[in-house]
Design a protein around this ligand. Structure first.
Ligand code: FES
Length: 107
């Protein structure tokens, strides 16, 4: 089972092909997902510190660039299917944003 390490926080195993945003949320990380996992809001973005997530599709790269985030460094956790070990840092959480996470993305 893939291992997810959240920088300066928890480390946990998750199931293969689970969306990263759901793996984080289900392990107590207050990850945001304001658009419900539709690659529109970028609130679920994480910095990928180590590991090789599934490649970003054009839609994800475009929205990250439009919002000023380097797609080589930042990813939308709602667009990643976990297929191996990752070390990530969520950039926006319920705690830091002071609002609710948004609708839960579909499995
Ligand atoms: S971009 Fe909105 S939840 Fe991922």
């Amino acid at each position: 089972m893939p291992l997810i390490e959240v920088k300066n926080d928890v480390c946990f195993e998750t199931t293969m092909n689970k969306k990263l945003v759901l793996a984080l949320e289900d392990h107590g990380i207050g990850i945001m997902h304001r658009c419900g996992g539709n690659a529109r809001c970028t609130t679920c973005r994480v910095e990928v510190i180590a590991g090789a997530p599934t490649p970003a599709q054009r839609e994800e790269q475009d929205i990250l660039l439009r919002k000023g985030f380097d797609p080589q460094r930042f990813r939308l956790s709602c667009q990643i299917r976990v297929q191996g070990d990752l070390v990530v840092e969520p950039l926006l959480t319920v705690e830091t944003a002071g609002m609710d996470a948004g609708p839960r993305p579909a499995d």
